[in-house]
Design a protein around this ligand. Structure first.
Ligand SMILES: NC(=O)c1ccc[n+]([C@@H]2O[C@H](COP(=O)([O-])OP(=O)(O)OC[C@H]3O[C@@H](n4cnc5c(N)ncnc54)[C@H](O)[C@@H]3O)[C@@H](O)[C@H]2O)c1
Length: 352
């Protein structure tokens, strides 16, 4: 498959790029290289003959049209996005621009490609989305593909908007569109502003481990490589016009998850002065509009495409902690570029 991946220098996109190259696909990675990107994430494939890179902004429609026309992909897989909920509270503008306008620009460039008659038969647009578009659940229930959209943060609202654009380009213009909605990912190469790397790095350094609210928010966790496998499978075999939920069947409260990470660190670092790492946990004021619970029902992708998560959250988290322990230079380099891993973002305007 000739695969144009947007956002391929980020966390999930780079996992997709690495796996696609391993699988023999030809990949064009299109990434603007924002603060969240890191070319080290794809260093292992950078010199591969099947790999190309273009530093471009998905909002630049003429550029997207040119790249698509020249590369002639079988699939455009759109992962490029602003992704950090806390940042979307501090500054929603970039989220509106990239997540909505950028998706529009790619959809239009793809539509023009199809109209030109030069698109390969079976050309498709695979839009990557999140379970956060469905809003927040109470103690029971799961999101299915038919759950109503009820986004609560600027991030999830912008993602929900882009999903609706993808749907409209299918219904109105007949573009072969597939959307996948995935739960929280974790694994190697995740930018150290997100919960898992924040916790690992704080614990390693003996700093407070911040947990929002009471730590009772529940997320469903999926190992990033399993998500990448699901995306490549959907791109190849998914049914046109469908949406697929992707999840790990691993619901945990934030507190449970942080304790799991601390236990791995206690095991691995038997002479650390910070043991037990759990003692570093500090509850901090909650994120405004913090969704309480997400849970994904992924029966459809399991039943129709035969995908299943291959790694349990306990095993995946152990591998992730070990990766951050063994790849200190990766996150030290990010810090070296001026990123403050201990800085809290997204307090926003507190509700009265
Ligand atoms: N991380 C998760 O848990 C999760 C879960 C479900 C869905 N998703 C979705 O998966 C996708 C990837 O998420 P991630 O966690 O890898 O994100 P990330 O923040 O790690 O990476 C995003 C990448 O997109 C690039 N990018 C941003 N704006 C761009 C633009 N205008 N033009 C071109 N490139 C641009 C960045 O440079 C970066 O490389 C996103 O669409 C996100 O909404 C993420």
């Amino acid at each position: 498959m000739r695969l144009m991946v947007t956002g391929g220098a980020g966390f999930i996109g780079s996992a997709v790029v690495r796996r696609a190259i391993d699988a023999g696909d030809t990949v064009l990675n299109v990434d603007k290289l924002t603060y969240a990107a890191n070319l080290d994430n794809i260093a292992s494939v950078a010199d591969h003959p099947n790999y190309q890179f273009s530093q471009s902004d998905i909002c630049d429609m003429p550029k997207m049209a040119q790249l698509i026309t020249e590369f002639k992909p079988d699939c455009v897989m759109n992962l490029a996005a602003e992704t950090h909920v806390d940042r979307s509270i501090d500054g929603p503008g970039a989220f509106i621009q990239t997540n909505i306008v950028g998706t529009y620009s790619l959809l239009e460039a793809s539509r023009e490609f199809c109209k030109s008659g030069n698109a390969p038969s079976g050309f498709r647009f695979h839009h990557i989305s999140t379970d956060e578009v469905f809003g927040s659940l109470g103690p029971t229930g799961e999101f299915t593909e038919d759950s109503p959209y009820q986004p609560n943060s600027p991030y999830s609202a912008a993602k929900a908007s882009s999903d609706m654009l993808a749907r409209a380009w299918r219904e109105t213009f007949g573009l072969d569109v597939i959307v996948t909605n995935c739960s929280n990912n974790y694994g190697p190469y995740q930018f150290p502003e997100k919960l898992i790397p924040v916790v690992i790095i704080a614990a390693l350094e003996g700093r407070d481990i911040p947990i929002y609210g009471k730590g009772d928010n529940i997320r469903d966790w999926l190992y990033v490589e399993d998500h990448a496998d699901a995306l490549l499978l959907v791109a190849r075999k998914g049914k046109s016009g469908e949406t697929y939920n992707v999840g790990g069947r691993a619901e945990r409260t934030n507190l449970e998850l942080v304790k799991m990470i601390c236990a791995v660190l206690d095991d691995e670092l038997s002479d650390s002065p910070h043991r037990p790492h759990e003692s570093l946990i500090k509850f901090v004021s909650d994120r405004p509009g913090h969704d309480h619970r997400y849970a994904i029902n992924c029966d459809k992708i399991e039943r129709e495409l035969g995908w299943q998560p291959s790694v349990s959250v306990e095993e995946g988290m152990r591998q992730t902690v070990l990766w951050y322990l063994n790849n200190k230079e990766w996150w030290e380099a990010i810090r070296g570029k001026g990123f403050d891993v201990a800085k809290r973002q997204g307090l926003g305007q507190q509700k009265s």
